[in-house]
Write a new protein. Structure first.
Lengths: 627, 492
């Protein structure tokens, strides 16, 4: 049973290698039929999902933790770092929905990428992406996790820059990779610092858990903070979020995969995984929660003015991730993971819907050039409505339950400021999501003569399945006050905050308030954008539309100085100073040689003069010393 | 007198090279013979690898008197350090031959390559200081021939500059070697230049020992190169032919580090420990300085020259961090970097062969024309960047751990390595290889079967060593332990 953990990762990994080879073979010799890579690509996530189900069942019934350590990854001094896989309730829950949602996105992508010549390459990256994410989740220990962590990063680089012939796509990929590396800079510092406290016990989570108690609290806070810097990069929080909106350069299924199941949730998962560490440093936790709240709010504001359908969704992801960090920062790991879980369904669905809309309209991304799609794409319309409602937190859709738990968490722990930011953001989210929805599907000035691409069945099925998911996923966490059992909380009881006592009446009031705020947002969007008149050009300027000029600010503050420093070093310092000094010394030797060579002038009388001088000096020396 | 396997590895390529030069064979025969010889060496190296015992001491010893009256011996042996570099050379040289196969270089080029291989292996196995110096200088001659004859641009100036630079350093080392030999004679009454004898010298005053230390370090620092002795690097790398750059970057630079480990460390253990903070500092400074300098380079070879210097600084910092992590990381990075940089230079060589030398801004759109080229380029690049699951990551991680253990603040600075390479590599990759441009790259041809085959083992090793690092570390760990505990007496 334990070996299954490894096969969950190996299934997509081996498949991706196979697909890669098939693709390269096709480039060198004759192109093989697309079944060669489509079939394995679609089977491997399913295999992972089925294996995960087995493991899940085992964990649920036997109530134990599975660990599988195939070999020693690195053994140095007396520390053995194992290539280890850990299957516990948290990781296997993540694996379940990562592989399931990933599988759905694979199916969707197989139709979306059908006519693309790089399809084989695409599925090679896609399966590799999934494998990295599964390794990240299942890894037993931060170092092995880091392999998956970076694997996800490099796959996102490759996928964002998938259409690499256009320079701005590659620039977006570079940005994603480098900004993530800035996060990793912090993560590695945190990890290495932690490592030196674990040299006696090993570097898996169980061993780390033993020693965290002995680490001085200041150092521990530093470690926690540095690890969180990594999470900031991966999960796109302020100030390292800048890569996420640009990551839209890749094909739409990529965005679905990055935003829903993989990559961005890694940071939240990491904090939840290190719960035993963050529990000892609640101050850092509060900091994390505030970063989350600010990111949520900031992203929501930017989203209200964007016109690109994928960018709006990107900012909404950042905003929702902020919510998750509020939860995990305040110690509500179960609530955070619950939101990750529900978010995976409706965000994947939103991106698939957006992809469907874009396919139908020949890769149009500006929402103000869409409109009136309700009649044309009824299924997409219905499913998008479900997903939008889920994101806005309208009961009984999935997002309601998870978001409500986070708000409750913030309120109950007495962080009223956090709670108010989060509630306000809920209103903003409802506003910008319904703005998108109304403009795209209800806008009236749609030019009906335009040709609409038909959606293939292969694209409709995953959309439909995820719509059901967005509708149902919340029911595993219905709170007690609403007569539910809150299965997710009792399942993840280790990660649930113990002291969360709020009066039932207050809990009802909070729920009512958050729903009201969301409804206000919906109504505002309705008033402004329902039957939006497409004749007037949408004003796309202003500080909010330009994302507060943060990108330009970073460019000015970091990129330009680095480039000029580089030019200075390479063309001035190295050549005109260091090399000049060394070459100058050489010339000095040559000049010295010329001077000395004056003495060698082949003049016998001059030589005898020199001899005279030498002999005289010698005698004077003898007289002075001996005499 | 029995000839050992190490002597065969040294002299077989040399004899074959001279034979080829004398006999009237064509280029094709020369290539085939050279390649076969490199495979024979690989086979011999593999047999050494399997027979090698993971213990700290010298093995496969060969010891004959050479110049009896001055106690100079023909003394060979290997331990974990030399074994690692031997395996590296044995694997990458056949790959390089395959990559260079389609070039139009004449017979003398190939013969010189064989000579270089002899010189390198001799340097690697020598345990007698004079013998070491002999090979150290001898291996340079064919390299200078290659740069001077087959280089491009201002090749004569480059050759002169690198020759004077390295000779300058080596001469200091030679004087120091002689001084050590004379001191040994005064103290013990017999002549010897054998390393295991020289380390017993106690009669030299501390002040003089510092001078001797500096003399040795100067020779190695120029070869590596360490800041500020790096200014020969750019000229040489950009003007040398592919084979020359390949030898310089992936092997010769590493021999500088090897020289520090083999000779400086055992002869001056106390000064080595005392000077460690300076060299860690210089190494980490070099890492960042060269990394920043690389960003705005307009020529790929110059960018890789800076990139190499950056990583070599990091290697030196690891060596001087005085603990298991740093040292094993450095040895690992020597291997990882040689494979990746060597591969990259060979690939750039293919590009030059097809299109001539071009600035980064005059390239673009290569990925579309040459997918195999791009895949290999990306693998090597990500190894340099230090992506987990490549051996580049394992080595960087170990060195970071080592420097953290050495000094926490410097450790934090050294962690910048995760950013340094990424910042210039990805940008270059975008402009030169990926994005479409108006430039004419129609002459670019994708890698042929030979070249695909040549880089395949390197790419596989890059990943295998990243996924199972312990298999490789286990062979060298006892040697490093021996050095740390028995010689330096640190890290108990």
């Amino acid at each position: 049973m334990n070996t299954l953990l490894m096969w969950i990762v190996l299934s997509p990994l081996l498949t991706s290698i196979f697909i890669g080879m098939v693709y390269m073979w096709g480039l060198k010799y004759h192109k093989l039929a697309r079944q060669w890579y489509i079939v394995p690509a679609l089977i491997s996530p399913f295999v992972s999902f089925v294996l995960a189900c087995f493991v899940f069942w085992e964990i649920l019934t036997q109530n134990n933790i599975l660990v599988y350590k195939p070999y020693v990854w690195l053994s140095i001094e007396n520390v053995d770092i194992y290539m280890g896989f850990l299957g516990d309730k948290l990781s296997i829950l993540m694996v379940l929905f990562v592989s399931f949602v990933g599988w759905m996105i694979h199916i969707y992508a197989s139709a979306y990428m059908q006519d693309d010549e790089g399809e084989g390459k695409f599925f090679f990256y896609f399966n590799l992406f999934l494998a990295s994410m599964l390794l990240l989740v299942l890894a037993d220990g931060p170092l092995i996790m880091f392999i998956g962590w970076e694997g996800v990063g490099v796959c996102s680089y490759l996928l964002i820059g998938f259409y690499f012939r256009v320079s701005q796509n590659v620039v977006a990929g570079n940005k994603a990779f480098i900004v993530n590396r800035v996060g990793d800079f912090g993560f590695v510092i945190g990890m290495v610092t932690l490592f030196f406290y674990c040299t006696d016990v090993g570097f898996d989570y169980a061993s780390i858990k033993q020693v965290v108690g002995n680490i001085p609290s200041f150092t521990l806070a530093f470690i926690g903070l540095m690890l969180f810097v990594g999470a900031m990069g991966k999960s796109a929080q302020i100030p390292l979020y800048v890569w996420l909106p640009d990551a839209m350069a890749g094909p739409t299924p990529v965005s679905a995969l990055i935003h829903a199941a993989t990559m961005v949730t890694a940071g939240v998962y990491m904090v939840a995984r290190f719960n035993f560490l963050y529990e000892l440093i609640p101050q850092v936790g509060v900091f994390i929660a505030y970063v989350g709240a600010l990111s949520a709010f900031f992203a929501a504001i930017i989203a209200t003015k964007q016109t690109d359908i994928k960018k709006i969704l990107a900012y909404s992801t950042m905003s929702q991730l902020g919510y998750m960090f509020i939860a995990v920062g305040l110690g509500g790991y179960a609530s955070g993971v619950f939101h990750v879980f529900t978010h995976a369904f409706f965000k994947a669905l939103l991106f698939m819907g957006a992809g469907a809309v874009m396919t139908a309209l020949h890769h149009e991304q500006d929402i103000f050039k869409m409109g009136g799609l309700r009649q044309k794409l009824p299924l997409v319309h219905g499913c998008m409505l479900v997903a939008t409602l889920a994101l806005c937190g309208i009961p009984p859709f999935a997002g309601f339950f998870s978001k409500d738990q986070i708000l409750l968490e913030a309120f109950a722990s007495g962080h009223y400021l956090l709670w108010s930011i989060a509630t306000l953001t809920a209103g903003l989210s409802a506003y910008y999501m319904f703005r998108l929805f109304f403009v795209v599907f209800e806008g009236k000035n749609y030019n009906s003569s335009r040709h609409i691409h038909r959606l293939s069945k292969t694209m409709q099925v995953p959309i439909f399945v995820l719509a059901i998911g967005s509708l149902m996923a919340g029911f595993i966490g219905v709170p007690l006050v609403l007569g539910g059992d809150n299965h997710i909380a009792s399942y993840l009881f280790e990660w649930t905050k113990k002291s969360l006592h709020v009066e039932h009446s207050i809990e009802f009031a909070l729920m009512g308030l958050s729903v009201t705020v969301a409804l206000v947002g919906v109504v505002l969007a309705y008033v402004k954008f329902y039957r939006y008149d497409f004749k007037k050009e949408y004003v796309s300027k202003g500080i909010v539309y330009n994302k507060f000029y943060v990108d330009e600010f970073y460019h000015l503050l970091i990129v330009l100085p680095l480039q000029s420093l580089s030019s200075f070093i390479a063309s001035r310092l190295d050549i005109q100073i260091i090399d000049a000094l060394i070459m100058g010394a050489c010339r000095g030797v040559i000049k010295g040689g010329r001077f000395v060579s004056l003495l060698q002038n082949a003049n016998t009388r001059f030589y005898s003069l020199l001899m005279m001088c030498g002999v005289s000096v010698f005698f004077i020396y003898l007289i002075l010393v001996l005499g | 007198m029995e000839i050992g396997i190490l002597s065969v590895i040294i002299f077989l390529p040399m004899i074959v090279s001279f034979t080829l030069l004398i006999l009237p064979f064509g280029v094709y025969v020369t290539k085939v013979v050279s390649f076969s010889i490199s495979l024979v060496v690989l086979f011999l190296a593999l047999s050494i690898y399997s027979d090698f015992q993971p213990i700290g001491t010298m093995q496969f010893r060969e010891f004959f008197p050479w110049i009896k009256s001055y106690g100079i011996h023909y003394s060979l042996g290997i331990d974990g350090f030399s074994l690692t570099i031997l395996m590296l050379i044995a694997i990458i040289i056949p790959c390089a031959y395959l990559m260079l196969w389609d070039g139009d270089e004449p017979k003398s080029y190939w013969a010189s390559m064989l000579l270089i291989q002899s010189g390198i292996c001799g340097t690697l196995f020598s345990l007698d200081l004079i013998l070491f110096y002999f090979f150290w200088e001898a291996m340079l001659l064919p390299v200078f021939m290659i740069i001077g004859l087959f280089g491009s641009g201002n090749r004569i100036y480059s050759t002169l500059k690198v020759t004077v630079y390295t000779m300058f350093g080596s001469l200091f080392m030679f004087v120091c070697i002689l001084y050590l030999g004379v001191s040994y004679y005064y103290e013990f009454g017999v002549w010897s230049f054998e390393l295991s004898d020289i380390v017993n010298i106690t009669s030299i005053r501390d002040g003089y020992r510092v001078f001797l230390f500096v003399g040795f370090m100067l020779a190695f620092a120029i070869k590596i190169p360490l800041f500020p002795f790096h200014t020969w690097l750019l000229e040489t790398y950009s003007n040398a032919p592919t084979g020359g750059v390949f030898i310089f970057s992936s092997i010769m630079a590493k021999l500088g580090v090897y020289g520090i480990l083999r000779f400086v460390l055992p002869i001056f253990p106390d000064i080595f420990v005392l000077s460690a903070p300076y060299f860690v500092g210089i190494g980490v400074f070099g890492l960042i300085y060269f990394g920043i300098a690389a960003i705005m380079q307009y020529n790929i070879k110059k960018m890789f020259a800076y990139s190499s210097a950056s990583h070599l600084g990091f290697i030196v910092a690891g060596v001087f961090s005085l603990n298991m992590y740093g040292m094993s990381g450095s040895v690992f990075l020597i291997v990882a970097h040689a494979m990746a940089t060597g591969g990259l230079f060979l690939l750039v060589g293919v590009m030059e062969r097809n299109m001539g030398i071009k600035a980064i801004s005059a390239l673009g759109g290569i990925a579309k024309k040459a997918p195999f080229f791009t895949v290999y380029f990306a693998i090597m690049m990500f190894c340099i960047v230090g992506l987990p699951s490549t051996n580049g990551f394992v080595s960087e991680l170990l060195i970071i751990l080592g420097i953290f253990k050495f000094n926490y603040i410097v450790g934090i600075v050294s962690t910048l390595t995760v950013l340094v390479a990424a910042s210039f590599m990805l940008w270059m990759f975008q402009r030169a290889i990926l994005q479409d441009s108006d430039n004419d790259v129609s002459k670019m041809v994708d890698l042929g079967k030979k070249e695909i085959l040549a880089l395949f083992p390197l790419s596989v090793l890059i990943f295998v060593m990243g996924i199972y690092p312990d298999w490789f570390l286990a062979k060298i760990e006892p040697t490093i332990q021996h050095y740390l505990f028995d010689i330096l007496k640190v890290g108990m």
